[in-house]
Ligand binder design. Sequence first.
Ligand SMILES: Cc1cc2nc3c(=O)[nH]c(=O)nc-3n(C[C@H](O)[C@H](O)[C@H](O)COP(=O)(O)OP(=O)(O)OC[C@H]3O[C@@H](n4cnc5c(N)ncnc54)[C@H](O)[C@@H]3O)c2cc1C
Length: 456
Amino acid sequence: MTTRLVIVGGSDAGISAALRARELDPTSDVTVLVADAFPNYSICGLPFFLSGETPDWHDLAHRKVPDIEGHGIRLLLEHRATHVDPASHHVGVQDPAGTERFLEYDRLVIGTGAVPVLPPIEGLDLPGVHVLHTMGDSFSIREQLDRGDVRAAVIVGAGYIGVEMVDALRHRGIDVTLVEQMPSVLTTVDPELGQDIATEFARHAVHVATGTRVDRILDKDGRLHVVGSGGFEQVADLVLVVVGVRPDVDLARSAGVALGEHGAIDVNRKMETSVAGVYAAGDCVHTWSRMTQSHRYMPLGTTSHKQGRVAGENAVGGHAEYAGSVGTQVVKLFDLVAARTGLRDHEARAAGFDPLTVDATFDDHKAYYPGATKLRVRITGDRRDGRLLGAQLLGHRNAEVAKRVDVYAGALYHEMTVDAISELDLSYTPPLASPWDVVQMAAQAWERERRAAPLH
Ligand SMILES: Cc1cc2nc3c(=O)[nH]c(=O)nc-3n(C[C@H](O)[C@H](O)[C@H](O)COP(=O)(O)OP(=O)(O)OC[C@H]3O[C@@H](n4cnc5c(N)ncnc54)[C@H](O)[C@@H]3O)c2cc1C
């Protein structure tokens, strides 16, 4: 019997679910409802569209509409799912003309993603104040940038999207001020690395105001005045508020599914919700952490793709399980790349480990070959049993930081000890590495310190 699969959401999670379902069951009848007109666009690429490095937004499509439809997937663009009735297996849908109709499903996948958090700042509705999550958000920003009169911008929030946008707007020659209420920038890594990042920002003439909370944005004589704690005041033409996202669970609520961590949809590792026949994946769900063996809210593209694939497989009768995330992320900021995987010291302690974090810096490749740069690594391991718990890296964009953090991510997945990292057969040639790669030298530095530091 043909499975009628309805998927709500046409981004990373929804399209991954649809592709996997059709791959495993070519007889399945798959319909994807997408609220906007941009299915399978890489919103991760928006900072590069806004910087002008990827000038044409069409290029951000992971796949074009005909490619998706070529997989036998029915796409209903600008169709918003309004509610779900799990008793009768119907989804209410509003088409572009505003007409309501119903779609019947055997299985439903909810992949509605996330929406930007709007902090309590007065004046968020003023022209020139933006958030950045959808293609539509990027078009409003781009339209303002293309008018050519943006001289100064304020970015509120120094998470990874905030710092990417610092880079993007400086690329356009705009004067940028980054405001963060925490004491350091890029709060996903330790303040020690945040210091180096702030130095890189200073090198690129970015003004950084940490420990500062923005309260108000005022329109004075056609320019925006951003006002915050400690007497902060900055005049700008464009303000970008990027302080995080929250799961979009309105549709899930209408279906009566239970919510879990951070108000995200409660799913098990099969991506099943609490309602029979309804699956969910991506930024709207909580994520199983392999590190803490618990659910956490970790909205990321990498995670959304994997969870969507599991949901799609199971929706057509499979038995897949999401393996869990170790929390790997990487971001480029000017000439630096910052990456992390696993737990930081305080997170490890909160999870019941006995963490030791060791900071070490090495050349990314043999110094006698031109172009060697310093790569800083902070390894966190459990001093009791030597298990690797996390790693943070900061280095030059040519220093293969992303792939090096992935070695640690692989080690975390397999619950390796820090010591065992030295046994990995990693590649070496002088222009790219050393006989002991940085990944391994940092592990050895951790082991040395562990031996020297008594257990407590
Ligand atoms: C600027 C930026 C940069 C990023 N960079 C990275 C990165 O470098 N690496 C990384 O791993 N992650 C990155 N992310 C995060 C990543 O993009 C998200 O984790 C990922 O897109 C989530 O995918 P999703 O499918 O769960 O949801 P979303 O991408 O939020 O998509 C939700 C989908 O649901 C649709 N929808 C919502 N409600 C309805 C409804 N009622 N009816 C029909 N359709 C509906 C929307 O139209 C959309 O198609 C970035 C995000 C942003 C904004």
